[in-house]
Design a protein around this ligand. Structure first.
Ligand SMILES: *Cc1c(COP(=O)(O)O)cnc(C)c1O
Length: 369
């Protein structure tokens, strides 16, 4: 494995290709595939990931905000890009960059139609988001008439898809709830298409949905976390390959006597002589304070080194008492052999959070473009 001179997030696009092919193999060949690249592609490198997805033949990309889509257009990404959470204040940028809005309320639909008309757009592609139980964003059954009526009044826009989002696709105990969501979505989209007088694409499944509800793939699926190598369940994790490896190095080693303390607030107090290593990664890099005080750990020379005391902004100190190591040796925070999901679990969180937390200060190195 490559040695690093500073904290680096190494992104292996061969793993992305593997995951993409695996997820595609779970849906019918003609089902379209949307790759979710919001939040810097789950904390990795949005541009490198989007370009690779385009090269591999993904049909669509999705981002959360307009500004993320604008960045992709700036580097020449040409795929259709769904913006999951556009705000009316960004509609000018959205249209200028040919980004496709998810419209989720009467207000935002009206505002978008007004902007599209003012800019003399014709059949501008839009996506209708239905709320089927997540209660986050979306229209419900009382809005269907309204959507159809507004859409038919103008040729400035065209509804190219309707979609919804599962609340608990990874949780087998919520299977009935998920099946109900799928059923409501099917009814809502059929009614809307009937009233519009044309069909649209329909899509509902995220990564765990692809795995657990393949019967609901409709015309497209939307995958994020699976592309990055995490599947929310051990059997699927075993089939996927983490794209990102976070590495750092030992800056300094200290021999600590019994009764000494380590770090801010003296949060670690030693009752015996130990050896500590200081690493150049801290909460400003995405390793939150909740990983401190022995919860989180890194791997040095294949051994577990728990974090001692509080996480600092730019550093952590780890216990290397029983590890043969020297200054300059590398430390792995997460990667294929040391899952980000397991590290996240030490702080009661999930892979999504630790991955997206890795801050822009951390150097990215992309392999196998
Ligand atoms: C983030 C997101 C996804 C991707 O979900 P994963 O669990 O990462 O596959 C899909 N759809 C919507 C609406 C999202 O916000």
């Amino acid at each position: 494995m490559d040695k690093v001179g500073e904290t680096t997030l190494i992104l292996d696009l061969t793993a992305l290709e593997h995951n993409y092919n695996y997820l595609r193999s779970k849906v019918k060949p003609k089902t379209k595939f949307l790759g979710v690249v919001k939040a810097f592609a789950y904390g990795s490198d949005m541009i490198a990931i989007a370009q690779k997805l385009e090269q591999m033949g993904a049909d669509y990309l999705a981002v959360a905000y307009v500004s993320e889509g604008v960045l992709l257009r700036k580097v020449g990404v040409g795929l259709p890009i769904l913006v999951l959470h556009p705000l009316a204040s960004n509609f000018d940028d959205l249209i200028e960059n040919h980004l496709e809005p998810s419209l989720y309320s009467r207000n935002i639909l009206n505002q978008f139609i007004e902007t599209a008309n003012a800019k003399n757009q014709k059949d501008y592609p839009i996506h209708i988001k239905f709320n089927t139980g997540l209660n986050r964003l979306g229209f419900d059954d009382t809005d269907v008439d309204f959507i159809a009526k507004e859409a038919k009044k103008t040729n400035g826009i065209k509804i190219v898809s309707c979609f919804s989002h599962l609340a608990a696709s990874e949780d087998k105990n919520e299977r009935n709830f998920s099946l109900n969501q799928i059923n409501s979505f099917q009814n809502l989209s059929s009614t809307l298409m009937e009233k519009l007088g044309h069909t649209t694409m329909r899509h509902m499944l995220n990564t765990s949905g692809i795995i657990n509800y393949p019967e609901a793939q409709f015309e497209m699926v939307r995958s994020g976390i699976g592309l990055y190598g995490y599947g929310n369940q051990a059997e699927i994790d075993a089939q996927l390959q983490p794209v990102a490896t976070l590495k750092t190095i030992i800056s300094q080693i200290h021999l600590i006597d019994a009764n000494e303390s380590i770090g801010y607030n003296r949060a670690f107090k030693s009752n015996k002589p130990i050896k500590s290593a200081t690493l150049p990664i801290g909460h400003a890099d995405g390793i939150g304070r909740q990983y401190g005080k022995g919860k989180g750990f890194v791997t040095i020379n294949n051994k577990k080194a728990p974090i001692l005391g509080n996480v600092c902004m730019d550093m952590i100190m780890v216990d290397v008492t029983d590890i043969e190591c020297t200054e300059g040796d590398e430390a792995i925070v997460f990667g294929p052999q040391k899952s980000a999901e397991n590290l996240a679990a030490t702080a009661n969180t999930i892979s999504y959070e630790i991955l997206t937390a890795i801050s822009q200060r951390v150097k990215r190195e992309v392999k196998n473009k």
